[in-house]
Design a protein around this ligand. Structure first.
Ligand SMILES: C[S@@+](CC[C@H](N)C(=O)[O-])C[C@H]1O[C@@H](n2cnc3c(N)ncnc32)[C@H](O)[C@@H]1O
Length: 287
């Protein structure tokens, strides 16, 4: 509650409520009050009533994808942890998703621990970020607050990802990756996490890109450039916006909808070698 009230004093949060929530139909906002007090966790996610809806949606959707192919455990990653608010949010939400779906999570947070590295060139948008921004000021406290299924991996992502990837298994494939590292060069290193054997991923792994919602964002810098290069360089792994997600949401005005992508594992055996078990015939109501 204290956390929520603190958030509500921030101008960007107030603006978000004004521009995103209060512009939605009144009856849906009234219905939200009932869901907030009586609804299940997934109903609250449907009504955008949890903090950091992007994480909640992705974790829940990844669990549903996993269930549909009989997978009981997933790996979830946050790249860029800073003081750990996002990572603890993911841990909290994942616990709720496990309670509702039975799908377990192993959660990993990646960070230098000392804040942003030095920007390399204009593609890292040095006009906005500087070496040392967002240090992990409370590492011990954060470590103590993490549940048993979560781990911090400290170091430059370019160096820590290859070793981490070798530990990911088909029993707990990567189902959700949140990228919040601000730079093109760091985002490029994050996306190498998708270059392992196909069974290390869901056929469709959820991806959240944090830094694409500002006016300076464009396909020639930052995370969008990293994604475009990733797609050009890899024939069987493609990162693409979640199709028609807005039409599937009750509240259409929230910005996080445009930040949700899917990493398609085109060489996953579920996509490339699946044999249909039954015949489908389409009816023709004109005949
Ligand atoms: C905006 S902060 C992350 C905020 C966090 N996700 C949250 O929601 O509270 C960006 C973080 O990315 C980390 N970062 C950027 N480039 C990195 C790299 N190459 N290796 C490791 N960490 C990096 C920085 O240390 C910084 O803490």
């Amino acid at each position: 509650m204290k956390y929520l009230l603190k958030k509500l004093t921030r101008k960007d949060k107030i603006n978000r409520i004004l521009y995103e929530r209060l512009t939605e139909p009144l009856h849906l906002n009234i219905l939200s009050l009932f869901v907030a007090s009586l609804g299940s966790f997934s109903q609250k996610v449907e009504f955008d009533l949890v903090l950091r809806q992007q994480n909640a949606f992705c974790l829940l959707q990844a669990a549903k994808f996993a269930q549909s192919i009989g997978i009981e455990s997933l790996t979830a990653i946050e790249f860029g942890v800073a003081s750990g608010e996002g990572l603890l949010n993911i841990c909290h939400l994942a616990k709720n998703v496990t309670q509702e779906t039975g799908v377990q999570f192993h959660i990993f947070g990646f960070d230098t621990g000392t804040g942003m590295p030095a920007p390399k060139d204009y593609r890292d948008q040095p006009e906005f970020f500087k070496e040392g921004y967002f240090p992990m000021i409370n590492k011990e406290k954060l470590l103590n607050a993490l549940p048993n299924n979560a781990k911090l991996i400290i170091g430059d992502i370019a160096e820590t990802v290859p070793q981490f990837l070798s530990t990911v298994t088909a029993e707990s494939p990567i189902g959700f990756v949140a990228v919040d590292v601000d730079y093109y060069s760091s985002a490029k290193a994050c996306l190498n996490v998708f270059l392992g054997e196909p069974e290390k991923y869901l056929p469709m792994t959820l991806v959240y890109l944090d830094d694409i919602g500002v006016p300076s964002s464009n396909p020639w810098v930052g995370e969008l450039l990293a994604v475009n290069e990733f797609n050009a360089e890899n024939a069987y792994r493609k990162i693409h916006p979640y199709p028609f997600l807005r039409t599937q949401r009750i509240f259409k005005h929230t910005r996080w909808i445009d930040q949700i992508f899917i990493m398609h594992t085109l060489d996953h055996e579920r996509r490339s070698a699946r044999k249909p078990t039954k015949m489908f015939v389409l009816d023709n109501s004109y005949l």
